[in-house]
Design a protein around this ligand. Structure first.
Ligand code: NAD
Ligand code: HSO
Ligand code: ZN
Length: 429
C-alpha cells in the first residue's frame, strides 16, 4: 500500500499515478467486443448460444432455454429464508422511496400574451438492465437498477445476467420476483449488451441500457451508445476516505477493505492529516485481511491500488479528494457536515462514523451504481431520469405571434432560411 506525504519531493508524480489508476483502457478488448456485437447483430440467438457456451459453461440449444421463468422466480421467493426475505423487502422499499423523490415533473407555464410553454416528461418504452454475474451474484445491483425504472414508469423492463453453469442464484431469483418478475434472459457480457441494443428472436430491442459489469460489458456499452442510451461507463469500485485524528482506525481500515474485496482493480484511498491514524490504519488492515473470505482479492487490491496520503491539514485533504473524484467518499472527521460544502466531486458521500459505505450498497436507499475513474466530475449516480425523456411544449397565441413573429422572421431571413421566414409571416396575412 502506497503511503505518501504531500510534502514529499516526488508527491506530484505519485499523485498523478493514483489519478491514472481508475482510467479504463479498452484498447485490449475493443476488437473482441466489436466482433461479439457483430455476431449478435447478424445471427441473433444463434450467436448468443455460442457465446454462452464459450464463457458461461453451459450450452443452450433452443430459444426457450435463454429465459428464466416466472415460476422459478416465485419458487425461489417462496423458499427464501425469512430473514433474507425481510432484508430484501426493506431494501426494496427504501430504494423505491428514495427514487420517488427524484421524479421530474411535467409543467406548463401560461404567459400573459396567451401563449403556453412547458415540458412533458415521458418514461422510455423499454429499458434493459444488466446485472453482473460472471464471478459473483449481485441481487443488490438488480434492485438498484430495476427499481428506478419501475418508479419512472417504464412500460417493459428486460433484465439480462450471465448464469454460470445454468445455475441461477436463489437470492437473485427472489429479488426478481419482488421486482415484479420482469422478463429475464441468461445472457452476459458484450453479447447481452448487443442483444438489448439490436434485438434477437427472443430479446427485444430496448431504448436504454443500465447496469454495471466487467470490461467487456463496459466496452460494449461504449460502442452501442447512440443506437441506445446508456447510464454511464462504470469501472472497478473505489472508496476515498477523508479522516482526522477523531476517526477510529478499525472503521477506516475495514471500510477501505470493503471496496478492495470487490475486485483486484478496485482502489481504496485514505487522505488524512493525522500520521498516527495512518499508522494505526495500516496495522488494522493487516489484522482484518486475515479474517476475510475474499482475502486474496482484497490483499492484491489494497497492496497494488491502495494508498494513504498524509496532508498538512484537512483543507488540503479535501482538495486532493476533489481531484480524485471517488465513486464513494466517506468523511470521518469530528464535524463531517462542516466539510460538505467543500466537497465538489464524489459519486456518493457518506457522513459520520455510523455511515459505512456498505450501508449504501444495500439498504440506505440512494443508488449504488455510481460513476468511477474520476467521472464523478461530470456524471451523477444512476437515477430515475435515465429512464425518462423530456419533450418541450410550445403553443403561441395570435397576440404572441404579432408581438414576436417579426423578430423570428428577421432571424430566419438572416440565416438564409426563407421558408422559415415565410412560415412565420404567413400568420400575419
Ligand atoms: N459499480 C457497481 O455498482 C457494481 C456492482 C456490482 C458489480 N460491479 C462490478 O462488475 C464487475 C462484474 O464482473 P464479472 O466478470 O463478475 O461479471 P459480468 O457479468 O460483468 O461479466 C461476465 C461476462 O463477461 C463475458 N466475458 C468473460 N470473459 C470474457 C472473454 N475472455 N471475452 C469476452 N467476453 C468475456 C462473458 O459474456 C460473461 O458472461 C466486477 O468488476 C464488479 O466489481 C460493479
Ligand atoms: N460497491 C459496489 C458499487 O461500487 C456495489 C455493491 C454491490 N454489492 C456490494 N457492493
Ligand atoms: Zn460494494
Amino acid at each position: 500500500m502506497k503511503v505518501i506525504k504531500t510534502t514529499d519531493k516526488n508527491f506530484t508524480k505519485e499523485f498523478q499515478e493514483i489519478l491514472n489508476r481508475g482510467k479504463m483502457d479498452i484498447s485490449n478488448v475493443e476488437n473482441i467486443v466489436k466482433e461479439i456485437i457483430n455476431e449478435v447483430k447478424n445471427e441473433g440467438n444463434k450467436a448468443l448460444f455460442r457465446h454462452i457456451s464459450k464463457f458461461d459453461k453451459w450450452t443452450p440449444t433452443k430459444n426457450e432455454d435463454l429465459e428464466i421463468s416466472k415460476s422459478e422466480m416465485k419458487k425461489a421467493y417462496d423458499n427464501l429464508d425469512e430473514e433474507l426475505k425481510k432484508a430484501l423487502h426493506l431494501a426494496y422499499n427504501r430504494i423505491k422511496a428514495y427514487h420517488e423523490k427524484q421524479l421530474p415533473k411535467s409543467w406548463l407555464d401560461f404567459e400573459e400574451n396567451g401563449s403556453i410553454l412547458g415540458q412533458k416528461v415521458t418514461p422510455v418504452n423499454r429499458a434493459g438492465v444488466y446485472v453482473p454475474g460472471g464471478k459473483a451474484f449481485y441481487p443488490s445491483s438488480l434492485l438498484m437498477n430495476v427499481i428506478p425504472a419501475i418508479v419512472a414508469g417504464v412500460r417493459e423492463i428486460i433484465v439480462t445476467t450471465p448464469v454460470i453453469e445454468n445455475k441461477p442464484n436463489e437470492l437473485l431469483l427472489a429479488a426478481l420476483y419482488i421486482c415484479g418478475a420482469p422478463k429475464t434472459f441468461k445472457v452476459g457480457g458484450a453479447s447481452a449488451i448487443a442483444a438489448l441494443s439490436y434485438g434477437t428472436e427472443s430479446i427485444p430491442k430496448v431504448d436504454v441500457i443500465t447496469g454495471p459489469g466487467n470490461i467487456f460489458v463496459a466496452t460494449a456499452k461504449k460502442l452501442v451508445y447512440g443506437d441506445v442510451n446508456i447510464d454511464m461507463i462504470a469501472g472497478p469500485s473505489e472508496i476515498g476516505i477523508i479522516a482526522d485524528n477523531s476517526a477510529k482506525p478499525d472503521y477506516v481500515a475495514i471500510d477501505l477493505l470493503s471496496q478492495a474485496e470487490h475486485d483486484e482493480m478496485a482502489s481504496s484511498i485514505l487522505i488524512t492529516d493525522s500520521e498516527m491514524l495512518a499508522i494505526k490504519t495500516l496495522e488494522k488492515i493487516k489484522k482484518f485481511l486475515k479474517e476475510l473470505e475474499r482475502r486474496e482479492i482484497a490483499q492484491k487490491s489494497i497492496e497494488e491500488r491502495g494508498a494513504i496520503i498524509i496532508t498538512q491539514n484537512i483543507e488540503e485533504a479535501i482538495n486532493f479528494m476533489n481531484e480524485i473524484a471517488p465513486e464513494h467518499l466517506e468523511i470521518l472527521t469530528k464535524n463531517p457536515f462542516e466539510l460538505l460544502p467543500y466537497i465538489q466531486n464524489a459519486g456518493a458521500i457518506f457522513l459520520g462514523e455510523y455511515t459505512p459505505e456498505p450501508i449504501g450498497d444495500y439498504i440506505a436507499g440512494p443508488n449504488h451504481t455510481l460513476p468511477t475513474g474520476g467521472t464523478a466530475k461530470f456524471y451523477s449516480p444512476l437515477n430515475v431520469e435515465i429512464f425518462m425523456k423530456k419533450s418541450s411544449i410550445i403553443s403561441f397565441s395570435k397576440k404572441a405571434m404579432e408581438e414576436m413573429g417579426k423578430s423570428c422572421a428577421i432571424l430566419a431571413k438572416t440565416e438564409g432560411l426563407t421558408a422559415h421566414q415565410k412560415s412565420v409571416l404567413q400568420r400575419f396575412k
